[in-house]
Design a protein around this ligand. Structure first.
Ligand SMILES: [Zn+2]
Length: 434
């Protein structure tokens, strides 16, 4: 199959005018000018016309469990109040509500051009009832502040799932599991572990997650240094979050000594440091930055611009983290603190807060960078030979700057290719066969 468009935005060099991509199975085999690609490859030609073709977008941090909480929790006085509010909402939900929530979330993310998602779930046992329509990394979320048994149960479940995945792959004669096969392509779910945050998961739980991740080569994610209340809690042993967690019986001996980052950096084993995808990092002190500069230890970072604004967090230190060499991605976070699962809207909000950042660098934060964070840099996030054919297109008539047009795009994507299937919204796409 050959897809021809006005412009191919490869994220692997400058955009290609009158470009085309040749696809075999679910892989890209060629990309270039239409005339050249046509000469080098045979197959059906699909001409999408006045469109820009780009890699499918990658959401680096989401909780589809809470899609049904959209608009349910107005901004609260404190972060601790928000946790109380979401806990009250969660208490009303049953398994069937979570399943419906995850399905609705998938449909919405896909409609907005997301083809890969890093999704945290508090109910990994429900996942066998769901067939993810987009490429999904399921991170089992672990909390042991109130229920250590539940955290162990989730850890065991993820460990068991990855063991059975490995056994299945080995029985097929492959030495390595192939997480790149999506569930829709017949692959097994990709699992990761998510100790929730330093204030809800013990250091022991973080260590146990790392140990499993090391043995089974799993990705890890967590929430870190999100709110000023988290900083107050760990550095000063005071504030609303400190009081709330103390009141529910959390042991507070780790408070009053270190910043959240200092505490976190005490966890990672260097061998799995690059497996960590850390959400937020809004609250960093000067000594934190000095520590990062000295330590040279780098993990991946996810910023969620609209959720950040909903909470009114401190300014995200994008420029400083980037100059220190962190790989920074964008994510939507959950709809309990956001209004949609559109990564285009995240890019726009990010651009408004950081007008000096180039537009192609912003698009990298939902394509190239999260592919690196998911350890899939050779197969996702770019249009080049060897990559998966996860593609989307949006209208583009060639005037102005194509990256401006992409970031401004507001609506459902016109066309998507995912798992070998085309999904169309347009009626005027010309289809030519030869
Ligand atoms: Zn989150």
């Amino acid at each position: 199959m050959i897809i021809r468009v006005r412009t191919v935005v490869t994220m692997d060099g400058p955009p290609i005018e009158n470009g085309a991509v040749a696809i075999s199975g679910n892989r890209i085999v060629d990309v270039g000018k239409f005339d050249e690609v046509k000469t080098r490859n045979a197959g059906e030609i699909i001409d999408l016309g006045e469109q820009a073709l780009l890699p499918g977008l990658i959401n680096a941090h989401c909780h589809l469990d809470y899609t049904c909480l959209r608009g349910k929790i107005p901004p609260q006085k404190s972060f601790a109040d928000w946790i109380r509010a979401i806990n009250a909402e969660k208490a009303k939900l049953l398994s069937k509500d979570y399943l419906a929530s995850i399905d609705k979330g998938f449909a919405e993310a896909k409609r907005f051009g997301t083809t890969t998602i890093a999704n945290l779930t508090a109910y990994p046992e429900l996942i066998s009832q769901i067939r993810a329509p987009i490429r999904t990394w399921w991170f089992g979320e672990l909390i042991d502040v109130r229920s250590p048994e539940r955290a162990s149960e989730i850890l065991d479940l993820v460990r068991y799932q990855t063991d059975s995945l490995r056994r299945a792959v080995e029985s097929l004669g492959n030495a390595q599991p192939q997480p790149i096969l999506s569930e829709a392509e017949g692959g097994a779910p990709n699992w990761g572990l998510a100790p929730h945050a330093l204030f809800t998961a013990s250091k022991d739980l973080y260590h146990r997650c790392e140990e499993v991740a090391l043995r089974k080569n799993l990705l890890l994610t967590t929430h870190l240094a999100e709110s000023c209340e988290e900083m107050e809690m760990f550095r000063d042993a005071s504030g609303p979050l400190y009081e709330f967690l103390k009141s529910i019986g959390r042991p507070m001996e780790d408070c009053g000594k270190q910043t959240p980052l200092e505490l976190f950096l005490g966890v990672p084993d260097d061998r799995v440091l690059s497996n960590w995808i850390v959400a937020h990092l809004n609250e960093l002190t000067e000594t934190d930055f000095e520590l990062l500069e000295r330590s040279k230890r780098r993990f991946h970072v996810v910023h969620s611009p609209r959720s950040h604004d909903y909470f009114g967090h401190s300014r995200f230190p994008f420029e400083r983290l980037r100059s220190l060499g962190f790989n920074i991605c964008l994510g939507t976070d959950s709809l309990a603190s956001n209004e949609s699962l559109s990564l285009f809207a995240e890019m726009r909000t990010f651009q408004r807060s950081k007008p000096g950042i180039s537009r192609d660098a912003i698009l990298e934060m939902v394509t190239v960078n999260p592919a690196i964070a998911l350890h899939q840099k050779d197969v996702l996030g770019r249009i080049r030979p060897g990559s998966r054919a996860d593609l989307i297109s949006i209208p583009w008539n060639g005037s102005g700057n194509v990256f401006d047009e992409i970031i401004a795009f507001d609506g459902s994507v016109d066309w998507m290719l995912l798992n070998r299937k085309e999904n169309r919204n347009t009626s005027d796409t010309a289809k030519l066969s030869r």
